[in-house]
Design a protein around this ligand. Structure first.
Ligand SMILES: Cc1cc2nc3c(=O)[nH]c(=O)nc-3n(C[C@H](O)[C@H](O)[C@H](O)COP(=O)(O)OP(=O)(O)OC[C@H]3O[C@@H](n4cnc5c(N)ncnc54)[C@H](O)[C@@H]3O)c2cc1C
Length: 505
């Protein structure tokens, strides 16, 4: 039984090879047709080559940690404890935070301080990867908190410049860290109402790109909202100023900024802030401000299309990070409480197909010289298919407009496989005090729980590599010769030798 489950997981993740592009991009792009036996340029079978730059201790730790998060009972219990009143008792809280620090936090985060994050970036850079540096604050309720978070974001940008050139691909920010949540909710309500009723005036509104389509979830705003009060308008002005200060810093130091997507109750305001800043700061060829599109949303494809086309018409280079989305249970709960259908695709296959279509569309735009994209996914099939399409479209290695990305602690195999195939690959690197990073960790726990999560593919491959290393220790050099003999055929098929990288510990 224990042996069969990982194999099932592997098979499940390979199955989409023939179905990935069965649907077409309804708003313009040519779907990529893949034959079932289409070649791949990303080799994920050769665990020796994939993990060549990973130390044995790191492999072992990752394998154990991923085992824990795959255990649903363990994760459910952990989530229950963290949500419970037990956290109000100082002693219990301390014990829990310490346990989290040495398990989930060490696995999914790169430290509590910029210095620790810097050490990690240097290591992953030596291993041929880059970092998306994320000071992981979110969900702030007042202006003081927002000001403090802005300082943290600015320090983050400045710090990125002290690291080896090109080791940081992006800095990350969440709008809920620099604009109070209640205001993001109010602005989202007002924007939604204006979409329903274009005569509804919003005197404070800046130039932006399209935020809604007629399939967007408008049920969060069922009644006409009151206009912003003078204090709210003032707070809005402050929030704009914070974001603009951050963008200006990114322009001055030439570090691209990606604004994360959050849940749909707030996302219209987040998109509004992102796009209005992009209009101000994305100049010439360079997108400095990137937005995020969540492909699990039914309206995502059309929104991506409309935003990119409108930006093109305005002569603004736009960048998008493409993700599936991490707020699934929250979205489903909120919609059902209000008596509406979930805004998320009704099947996982639809989400996969939407993600692949959006990726395909963006790759075609890049090939035509427009926009830039971060393909942020752990899904092996999406990664492989996009890599092949990029190669077929002639998108050159090192093209700064295409970046693949995975979260730190997840999908190591895909990161290394894409790197070995010659693409730019980043790891998303959150850092900050443990209690501050907790919401991020809870999302990772939810995402990785269960034996069918993508991380199980990593666990299987890591297990194989660990076994191989133990064997080669037992048999000395013979272990490696054995390995090379076994893989001679596979290696010969790979167009170029994988680069040599230093150890990634
Ligand atoms: C670099 C990077 C940046 C990120 N930034 C953001 C961000 O700004 N905002 C954000 O929300 N997330 C963000 N994420 C997280 C991302 O959304 C999750 O990691 C994502 O859900 C995992 O999807 P995947 O592409 O890795 O695909 P897979 O490994 O195939 O995972 C599929 C996921 O889709 C979910 N799912 C989606 N639709 C359905 C459906 N209809 N039915 C069932 N399950 C479904 C499943 O729960 C599963 O977790 C980021 C991820 C990365 C790598």
């Amino acid at each position: 039984m224990a042996k069969r489950l990982p194999t099932t997981a592997l098979r499940l993740f390979s199955r989409r090879l023939d179905t990935a592009f069965s649907s077409s991009f309804a708003v313009g792009s040519q779907p990529l047709k893949l034959e079932p036996a289409a070649p791949t340029i990303v080799d994920l079978d050769d665990h020796w080559k994939l993990f060549a730059s990973v130390s044995t201790s790191k492999l072992l730790r990752s394998s154990v940690n991923l085992g824990f998060v795959a255990n649903e009972t363990f994760v459910d219990f952990g989530m229950w404890v963290m949500d419970s009143r037990l956290m109000e008792t100082t002693l219990v809280r301390d014990v829990i935070l310490k346990t989290v620090k040495h398990t989930m936090f060490d696995h999914f985060c790169v430290g509590e301080t910029t210095e620790e994050a810097g050490m990690c970036i240097r290591k992953i850079h030596k291993a041929g990867l880059r970092g998306m540096l994320s000071y992981a604050v979110e969900h702030t309720t007042n202006n003081d908190g927002c000001d403090r978070n802005l300082e943290g974001f600015i320090r983050n940008v400045e710090f990125s410049k002290s690291l080896p050139p090109s080791s940081v691909s992006f800095v990350i920010a969440k709008m809920t860290a620099i604009c109070p949540i209640s205001l993001l909710r109010r602005v989202s309500d007002l924007l939604r109402w204006q979409y329903k009723d274009p005569s509804f005036a919003l005197p404070w509104k800046l130039n932006t790109l399209p935020i809604f389509t007629n399939t967007s979830p408008l049920y969060h705003t069922l009644e006409k909202p009151e206009p912003l009060t003078p204090e709210e308008e003032q707070d809005l002005e402050l929030a704009h100023k914070r974001l603009q200060k951050l963008c200006q810093k990114c322009v001055d130091l030439n570090v691209p900024l990606t604004i994360d997507a959050e849940d749909t109750s707030l996302q219209p305001a987040i998109d509004y802030f992102t796009y209005s800043s992009a209009i101000m700061f994305n100049k010439d060829e360079n997108a400095i401000v990137y937005g995020t599109i969540q492909a699990y949303l039914k309206d995502s494809k059309e929104r991506l299309f409309m935003a990119s086309k409108t930006a093109e018409n305005l002569g603004i280079p736009m960048g998008f990070k493409l993700v599936r989305g991490a707020y699934m249970s929250k979205e489903t709960r909120a919609a059902s409480e209000l008596g509406y259908d979930s805004p998320i695709h009704s099947s996982i296959e639809e989400t996969h197909s939407c993600y692949d279509d959006c990726a395909s569309y963006m790759l075609e735009r890049i090939a035509d010289g427009n926009d830039a994209v971060v393909l942020a996914t752990h899904n092996l099939q999406s990664g492989k298919v996009a890599a092949l399409k990029a190669r077929n479209l002639g998108i050159q290695r090192g093209n700064p407009k295409l970046e693949f990305a995975q979260l730190y602690g997840m999908s190591e195999a895909l990161s290394f496989g894409l790197r070995n195939a010659g693409f730019q690959v980043s790891k998303y690197l959150p850092y900050g005090p443990v209690d501050m990073v907790m919401p991020y960790l809870l999302r990772r726990a939810e995402e990785n729980r269960g034996l069918l999560s993508t991380s199980n593919v990593d666990r299987v491959l890591m297990g194989k590599e660990l076994k191989r290393r133990v064997k080669s220790l037992q048999f000395g050099k013979a272990g490696d010769e054995l390995h090379e003999g076994r893989n001679r055929h596979t290696i010969a098929q790979i167009p170029q030798q994988a680069p040599r990288f230093c150890s990634y510990t």
